[in-house]
Ligand binder design. Structure first.
Ligand code: THU
Length: 138
């Protein structure tokens, strides 16, 4: 799928954003290896920290539907450059993305900047870094 086509789907998802507090709408579209596309939007909450970003909405939908392997994600907002994912979303994406996954940062004016998760989150704490500890001493 072309990056422009995935961005077009992210723009459709953005229209469903629930963002009454910030007024900042974000859309995401995540292409799985199965061929399915998972859409996400930001979902805000009166208790602000309970907000879920568009990227996490999309990837949580995918994982909960059984998809674990991905080809690309598009993220779009009304920004000057491509919409840059927040730190929390980068950490969630690195759990499931390797550097074959293209992450298209887009705006509403046709800007598309393609990145890998290593570029967005260098030196990340990754799944393989978790050490299982024997906690008998506690
Ligand atoms: N937001 C996203 O959904 N994704 C991003 O990449 C940046 C931020 C949302 C969270 C909040 O609803 C609003 O944008 C303003 O931060």
């Amino acid at each position: 799928m072309k990056s422009q086509d995935l961005v077009a789907q992210a723009i459709l998802a953005r229209a469903r954003a629930y963002a009454p507090y910030s007024g900042f709408k974000v859309g995401a579209a995540l292409l799985g290896k199965s061929g399915a596309v998972y859409l996400g939007c930001n979902i805000e909450n009166a208790a602000y920290s309970s907000t879920n970003c568009a990227e996490r909405t999309a990837i949580f939908k995918a994982i909960s539907e059984g998809e674990r392997d991905f080809i690309a994600m598009a993220i779009v907002a009304d920004t000057d450059q491509g919409c840059s994912p927040c730190g929390v979303c980068r950490q969630v994406l690195v759990e499931f993305f390797d550097d074959t996954v293209e992450i298209h940062l887009a705006n509403l004016n046709g800007v598309i900047q393609s990145r890998t998760i290593s570029q967005l989150l260098p030196g990340a704490f990754r799944p393989g870094d978790v050490q299982r500890n024997d906690r008998r001493e506690l």
